[in-house]
Design a protein around this ligand. Structure first.
Ligand SMILES: [Fe+2]
Ligand SMILES: [Fe+2]
Length: 504
């Protein structure tokens, strides 16, 4: 799947009433996951369109969690109401009158001023969750309130939105063709402690092709004339409505994909999912009307696995680069490199701590190809930028290629791809490239600056919609990844030990 932005869409603004009707219909079609997830009911009672909890570094929120809501423009940010076990209660976890309740004011996040009308219908609000909270609510809507003391189950998914380009589209109204809501409900049924999202939420980058009209589920189009593709209504349709179940089930660490580059869905990403405060202007068009090129700073968060074991997840933003940088070495590699240098520093070895690199583009990934075709290692710019800087990591957790994949370069952290979260899958078969990463198709090194890697000794891939559930095994650095289909049925089990992963 070539991830091009597609040509400029024609001006096609739906009337506000038609949009709201489409969204209401979509809300009814979205799965219910307990009382938390009914966005339609929520919006009727409190004006809250979506409620979720972001995983953030402890430097931002001591609990590593930040509550977010999306509201309609014109109403104030609501309060976040939390219940903590009272310190005088003395009995952990018992609900009692001794529980203490607090109300926390949420702060407004406003869209970038130069995003014109694209986000004028919504605002976002945020508040850090205190540590040790038992439950959290906004109005009648419950949000994931805490990270457990030990994490047993991690959901992983990415590349989730309904693809609409100028000449092709998924059928966003057909759950078999675009199964994100089913995947989301299956994730909720698995009761993860935390969800890792590897980027690429937003795929509604065009109005529905005229010959496919009716197949896009009434999808809100981009606003023509703006140097980016996303809108508030598009984010509701592509992420918040279908992902409601998963968002109500667990806090989400929301990585940024190239579909969230500033000339695509970046404005919504920085308004809704970026970890930093006052981020709305990061992707907003410049004074000259251009989309900026940004890389968000590298960050990390520690997830407790047991009393003696911590998983450090280091997040590198690989959203921005030219698409030729997936197949050719360009000058972007040098621009990106400091962000991997920061990742190397954050992943420094420490007793009891293991590290995963979470980034959108795979460093050692290969896409499914037509039978008889030669395959290649992709995201060349990122592989070069990370050269010599990823030795501390056990695993590379990525998306971007629309498939599930595990690849092993000797001596390197295993590459795992979770790009099968709902958007149109790749097709073809999985074939080992003839040479290792950082060599060209004739076997010659791509650049004297970046030493080539040996070829992979293992490659597994599958073209099936779904997600994965990672569970820690008893010993440090050991994990099982169940790759599951949209209904939650496992179709492959992979074991990771230190830097090595094998499936089957
Ligand atoms: Fe993608
Ligand atoms: Fe991507």
């Amino acid at each position: 799947m070539i991830e091009s932005a597609g040509p400029e869409p024609s001006r096609s603004r739906l009337a506000a009433g038609a949009l709201l009707a489409a969204l209401a219909a979509a809300a009814i079609a979205a799965p219910a996951a307990g009382a938390n997830a009914s966005i339609a009911a929520t919006s009727n009672t409190s004006g809250v369109l979506a409620a979720y909890t972001l995983v953030v570094p402890s430097s931002i929120s001591k609990s590593r969690l930040q509550a977010r809501v999306v509201i309609a423009t014109g109403i104030p940010c609501p309060s976040l109401n939390v219940v903590s076990p009272s310190s005088s209660n003395g009995v952990a976890g018992r609900a009692s009158a001794a529980s203490s309740k607090r109300s926390i004011a949420m702060q407004m996040r406003t869209p970038g001023a130069t995003t014109d009308a694209a986000f004028s219908s919504i605002r976002a609000c945020q508040a850090n969750l205190p540590t040790g909270v038992r439950s959290a609510r906004v109005g009648k809507v419950a949000l994931p309130a805490n990270l457990p003391a030990t994490i047993d189950r991690i959901a992983v998914l990415g590349d989730s939105g309904c693809l609409i380009e100028a000449s092709t589209a998924q059928d966003c109204a057909d759950p078999a063709a675009w199964p994100l809501a089913r995947i989301s409900r299956s994730i909720a049924n698995d009761k993860p402690d935390v969800t890792l999202f590897v980027g690429d939420f937003y795929y509604r980058e065009s109005s529905c092709p005229s010959d496919l009209s009716g197949q896009c589920g009434g999808s809100p189009p981009p606003i023509s004339g703006l140097p980016f593709k996303d809108t508030a209504y598009g984010w509701l349709a592509d992420a918040f409505l279908p992902m409601a179940s998963a968002l109500s089930a667990a806090p989400i660490l929301a990585g940024r994909g190239n579909h969230e580059a500033c000339d695509r869905g970046g404005n919504g990403y920085f308004l809704l999912f970026a970890i930093r405060a006052n981020a709305a202007a990061v992707c907003a068009p410049t004074a000259s009307g251009e989309a900026p090129q940004t890389i968000d700073p590298t960050w990390a968060v520690d997830l407790p696995i047991s009393s003696s074991r911590t998983l450090r997840t280091v997040v590198v933003d690989s959203a921005t680069q030219s698409d030729t940088g997936d197949s050719e070495l360009t000058s972007w590699a040098a621009v990106q490199r400091p962000f991997y240098r920061a990742a190397q520093s954050l992943s420094a070895k420490k007793s009891g701590r293991e590290s995963w690199l979470l980034t959108h583009r795979p460093l050692f990934g290969t896409e499914a190809v037509e039978p008889g075709t030669t395959s290649s290692w992709e995201s060349v710019d990122q592989t070069a930028a990370a050269s010599g800087l990823i030795g501390n990591f056990n695993l590379l957790i990525t998306g971007h290629a629309h498939q599930a994949e595990v690849a092993q370069i000797p001596g390197q952290p295993a590459q795992m791809i979770f790009g099968n979260g709902g958007t149109l899958l790749n097709d073809g078969e999985f074939v080992l490239p003839p040479y290792g990463p950082m060599r060209d198709s004739t076997g010659q090194p791509l650049s004297p600056l970046y030493p080539p890697y040996p070829n992979a000794t293992y490659l597994w891939g599958k073209l099936e919609f779904g997600y994965s559930i990672a569970t820690p095994l008893k010993r440090g650095g050991q994990w099982r990844f169940a790759f599951k289909d949209m209904s939650g049925k496992s179709f492959e089990s992979c074991t990771a030990i230190a830097k090595n992963a094998r499936c089957g």
